[in-house]
Structure formats: structure tokens, C-alpha cells
Design a protein around this ligand. Structure first.
Ligand SMILES: Cc1cc2nc3c(=O)[nH]c(=O)nc-3n(C[C@H](O)[C@H](O)[C@H](O)COP(=O)(O)OP(=O)(O)OC[C@H]3O[C@@H](n4cnc5c(N)ncnc54)[C@H](O)[C@@H]3O)c2cc1C
Ligand code: FES
Length: 338
């Protein structure tokens, strides 16, 4: 059995238990969301002992150097170091910045765009995600960046309303222009990577607000002069779930290397007018994969985790190298805790 120290108190952990699970079982409130190492909500700092490399996967070098780690991926009984682990929650002052809401726009019936201007510049690549921190740090949720923050001077987030969702409901019902919010980040490796060749093909696909990071990546690629083909596929259940159709079609008109395919699963009466493809997103991705040269192809998949994992598998099976296969599954908070 392993133990760890938190707030000058020693806690016993069960075999195979993570720091997040152990401390929560002992009644401590540790912010968290995805519980699988994707969202970085459960960031903690090791004051003594080694949290292990798995607990630091995906963190930037500055955070690693300061012994930050992800509590949901840290299993003290597997630690290589003999030194007992002593952990603390990160100081809000060191890891967050304030940002002002400068615009709010409904994009479709259940997705709102929030534009946030941080009071101090944070260097964020389009497609990475930032976290909105609420309730004094106990509630943290990740949202992807859909625009070019350096050019625009703000971060644009697309937030889908979840029934009884604490942060998404705030974004839809209570957020106001001029309101200050606390943000942490950026994080994630889903962003455009320029290369000397500049002409490799890119395939991007996602469902719902998975479009947010993909749109950011496409804008970034074009801003950096990418000349290779860029294929963007967006899937949604119904016609009224789509957004930014006009904006993306205008992009296609301006850039001959860009294609955009919106595909609806359950078409209504308007899919002809909207010129939507009908069918499951993964079938359109299959078809695109069949036509593209795989050796240099880079794929980006974001949104609902089941679809992201399916598309990742398909890309891998089709011959896309793992190092060229980027993804952000929008893993949701588990029900059992805050
Ligand atoms: C890397 C990353 C990037 C993300 N980017 C975005 C983004 O750009 N836009 C965006 O809208 N979201 C994004 N998310 C999801 C987001 O972080 C939140 O999980 C989501 O907004 C719900 O938070 P909430 O506080 O409103 O709901 P919670 O209070 O966490 O959940 C309330 C209840 O709703 C359920 N629930 C939560 N989410 C869903 C869902 N999607 N479908 C059905 N039930 C659900 C929960 O199980 C719970 O019962 C991302 C997640 C990750 C990990
Ligand atoms: S990374 Fe640990 S809860 Fe999401």
C-alpha cells in the first residue's frame, strides 16, 4: 500500500489507486474532468518525490520542470523513487490568468462562441485548448481555441450547452460581456506544424464543437502559407447542429487547396438547400483516406471521443503514421464526482 502527503496530512492509497482517486476517497476536493489525462484539470505539484513520467505526459517543459503532474495519471504504488510523494494543488496565481469576455455570439441552437481577451498575453496555438477555471479553482473545464489569437488579440471558444452542465450552462445563460474569467493553459498538441515542404496533405474531421480546434488549425495553416491540400469534414446529427457553414465555404472560395464537407447523419428537409452530404462522418473519412497519399498525410480528429477513436484507428489502418495522427477527444467529466 502506498501513501502520500497532502496539506501536511498522510493518506493511505489502495493498490493501483491514482492520487486523484485516493485523495477524493479521503474526502479532499481535487479539480478534475476527464480522468484519463486529456484535459489537465487535475494538475498538481509534487513538493517531494517523483510523480513518474506517465503523470507528466502531455505537460509542457516548464510545468514538468516545476514537478507539476496530472493527479488522474499518477499511481504512487508504481513510483520508481523511494522518496514518499508529497503533493499540493497549484497556486492559482502561478498557473492562471484573468481574461475579459469581449464578445458572445450564438453560433447555432446549442453552441455559443465566447471571445476572451487575456489581461496578459498567453501564447496559444490555434487548436490547443485552454481551461476555464471557476468556483475558486474547484471547477475546471477545457475548451479548444478556434481562431488565431495572436492576430485577433482574443481567444475564441465554441461551447456546446450540456443539460445541467456547470460550465457550459454558465457560458450560455450567465456569461456577460465585460465579465472577468480565470483561464489556465494552453495545453494540447493538436495544432498545425509547418514544414519546409509546406505541401503535405491534411485531413481534419470532427463532430459538433470538434470543429473549433479544426477551424483554428485550418486558419493557422493558411496563415502560414500551407499549399498542400486541406480537407475539412464536419459531422453533425441534424441540419440545425451545423455552424460556420458560410464562413467555411467562403474559405473554400478564397483558397483552392481547401475543401469542406459538412455531413449530416439524420437529414431533414433542408439538407439539399444547405448542400450537406448525408451519412456517417467516418464513411466520408474512409473515402477521403482512400484518395489521399498516406506517406506524408497529417490527420487531425477532434470532438466526441468514440468518433475520434474510431477515426484514429481508421487512419492508422489506412497507413497514416502515428506521429502524423493528432487528436483531441472531448472526454467529459465522470458523473460520480464534482
Ligand atoms: C481537450 C478537451 C477539449 C474540449 N474542447 C471543447 C470545446 O471546444 N467545446 C465544447 O463545447 N466542449 C469541449 N470539451 C468538453 C468540455 O471540457 C466539458 O466537458 C463540457 O463543456 C461539459 O462541461 P460542463 O461543466 O458544462 O458539464 P458537467 O457539469 O461536467 O457535466 C454535467 C453532466 O452532463 C454530462 N455531460 C457532460 N458532457 C456531456 C456531453 N458532451 N454529452 C452528454 N452529457 C454530457 C456529465 O456526465 C454530467 O452528468 C473539451 C474537453 C476536452 C477534454
Ligand atoms: S487530465 Fe486528469 S482529470 Fe483530465
Amino acid at each position: 500500500m502506498a501513501s502520500l502527503t497532502f496539506g501536511n496530512v498522510d493518506y493511505a492509497l489502495e493498490k493501483g489507486e491514482s492520487v486523484l482517486d485516493g485523495l477524493t476517497r479521503h474526502g479532499q476536493t481535487i479539480p478534475h474532468s476527464c480522468e484519463v489525462g486529456s484535459c489537465q484539470s487535475c494538475l498538481m505539484q509534487a513538493k517531494a518525490g517523483d510523480p513518474g513520467s506517465m503523470a507528466q505526459a502531455g505537460l509542457n517543459e516548464a510545468l514538468k520542470a516545476q514537478n507539476f503532474f496530472l493527479a488522474c495519471r499518477c499511481f504512487p504504488d508504481e513510483a520508481l523513487s523511494d522518496e514518499a510523494l508529497s503533493v499540493a494543488l497549484p497556486s492559482m496565481a502561478d498557473t492562471t490568468v484573468e481574461a475579459e469576455i469581449v464578445a458572445i455570439e450564438m453560433l447555432c441552437h446549442d453552441i455559443v462562441a465566447l471571445r476572451l481577451r487575456p489581461v496578459e498575453q498567453i501564447f496559444c496555438r490555434p487548436g490547443q485548448f485552454i481551461s476555464i477555471v471557476r468556483d475558486g479553482g474547484s471547477l475546471i473545464r477545457s475548451y479548444s481555441v478556434a481562431n488565431l489569437p495572436e492576430r485577433d488579440g482574443y481567444l475564441e471558444l465554441h461551447i456546446r450547452k450540456i443539460t445541467d452542465g456547470r460550465v457550459s450552462s454558465w457560458a450560455h445563460d450567465d456569461a456577460r460581456i465585460g465579465e472577468k474569467v480565470t483561464v489556465r493553459g494552453p495545453a494540447g498538441n493538436c495544432f498545425y506544424i509547418p514544414s519546409d515542404e509546406g505541401s503535405y496533405p491534411i485531413l481534419l474531421a470532427g463532430t459538433g464543437t470538434g470543429l473549433a480546434p479544426l477551424e483554428g488549425i485550418v486558419l493557422d495553416a493558411l496563415a502560414q502559407g500551407h499549399t498542400g491540400p486541406i480537407h475539412l469534414l464536419h459531422g453533425a446529427l441534424r441540419e440545425d447542429d451545423f455552424y460556420h457553414i458560410d464562413l467555411l465555404r467562403a474559405l473554400v472560395v478564397r483558397h483552392e487547396n481547401v475543401s469542406y464537407t459538412p455531413c449530416v447523419l439524420h437529414p431533414g428537409t433542408d439538407h439539399d438547400i444547405l448542400d450537406l452530404q448525408v451519412g456517417p462522418l467516418d464513411e466520408f473519412v474512409d473515402s477521403a483516406l482512400g484518395k489521399l497519399e498516406k506517406a506524408s498525410l497529417r490527420t487531425y480528429f477532434c470532438g466526441a471521443p468514440e468518433m475520434v477513436n474510431l477515426l484514429k484507428r481508421k487512419a492508422f489502418m489506412a497507413g497514416v503514421a502515428s506521429r502524423n495522427n493528432f487528436s483531441d477527444p472531448f472526454v467529459i467529466a465522470a458523473d460520480r464526482r464534482s
